[in-house]
Ligand binder design. Structure first.
Ligand code: TXA
Ligand code: MG
Length: 308
């Protein structure tokens, strides 16, 4: 049964369709990365600005060499963390197969080899790189369950592969290796500390020269406003705690203070609190280390002032 669904999804993708599929981080909205027509459908379905490049997902690290130029650091990172929640931004190979639109016309490309078994099986069967942003409308919370994809994107996708809840729950860490400098473009499922240990030096911050065009201040946003580092819940607010640090909170990201558990429940909890219709969600502070960096990054973006 699962096998038939994967076969059908692979066919849809080869035929230029849009398929939402699970990865270990969040659900992706996939299309054939070599086809500009297929990739254009992703931008349309998400309402995503075309200057924002997509991550190309590949089945095996070995296939990445055809698409990008690997520095020694990039090789080390791929060896250590692929398959897994790491995206490498690298110079595009001159004869790579990923289309310009997927890369938003940049000379670099974002590549990722996901670890999720269903995703890998799908990628293997398609046999081409699959462009996939998170499977949500632009600016909204990323989905970690198939039902959330259906609620957000509905009929605009040809198929949704259900793989249950995503284990990591926050997006991949994005690291740019575009020369001697290695920069952290987005904190995510692999901790900065682990990456620095592999490359043997501190990562640079995303600067004006290299950055992820998608990293707008206001992003990953629920409808409600967020008040961060709350010490107490005020009138008219609903609370989201970490390790019991906010008394009276409706939900706790991880009562036992486990950052992995907190990352895995972050978007699900925010969606649930948002559905209450409350105007403000008070959020207790989360330690800024390990996966906590990715959690705090997403909370800050969700709390940022938004257009309209
Ligand atoms: O975990 C993830 O990364 C998920 C799953 C589905 O793989 N994908 C995801 O994609 O979060 P998306 O599109 O929501 O975020 C990708 C980010 C965007 O901020 C984009 O600007 C950046 O990656 N990006 C992609 N290619 C890039 C490039 N060549 N240079 C700089 N940034 C890039
Ligand atoms: Mg996204």
């Amino acid at each position: 049964m699962v096998d038939e669904r994967i076969a059908e999804a692979a066919k849809q993708l080869r035929d230029g369709g849009l398929v939402a599929f699970p990865t270990e981080t969040v659900y992706g909205l996939g299309a054939d990365a070599t086809s500009p027509e297929a990739v254009a459908r992703i931008f349309a379905a998400k309402g995503r600005p075309r200057f924002n490049p997509l991550i190309a997902h590949i089945a095996e690290a070995g296939q990445a060499a055809a698409e990008a130029i690997f520095t020694p650091d990039a090789h080390r990172l791929a060896d250590s963390f692929w398959p897994g929640p790491l995206t490498l931004v690298l110079p595009r190979a001159p004869d790579g197969s990923i289309c310009d639109l997927a890369c938003a016309g940049l000379t670099s490309v974002g590549l990722r080899v996901p670890a999720h078994a269903l995703a890998r099986e799908l990628l293997n069967r398609v046999g081409r790189p699959i462009a996939a942003p998170s499977a949500n409308r632009s600016g909204r919370l990323s989905p970690t369950r198939a039902e959330e994809v259906a609620a957000d994107l509905g009929d605009t996708v040809d198929m949704i592969l259900d793989g249950g809840a995503c284990e990591v729950g926050v997006e991949s860490t994005i690291v740019a290796c575009l020369g001697d400098r290695i920069a952290l473009l987005r904190p995510g499922g692999i901790a900065r500390e682990a990456i620095e240990e592999v490359v043997g030096r501190p990562l640079a911050e995303a600067g004006s020269r290299v950055r992820a065009p998608g990293m707008l201040a206001s992003h990953y946003a629920p409808k409600a406003t967020l008040r961060l580092d709350a010490g107490e819940i005020m009138d008219g607010e609903i609370g989201l705690a970490f390790a019991g640090n906010l008394s009276g909170a409706a939900l706790d990201l991880s009562p036992r203070g486990d950052l992995r558990e907190a990352a895995a429940s972050l978007y699900r909890h925010l969606r649930w609190l948002d559905a209450s219709g409350v105007e403000t969600i008070a959020v207790g502070s989360v330690p800024d280390q390990d996966l906590g960096c990715a959690i705090n990054d997403r909370l800050r973006r969700a709390a940022a002032p938004r257009p309209t």
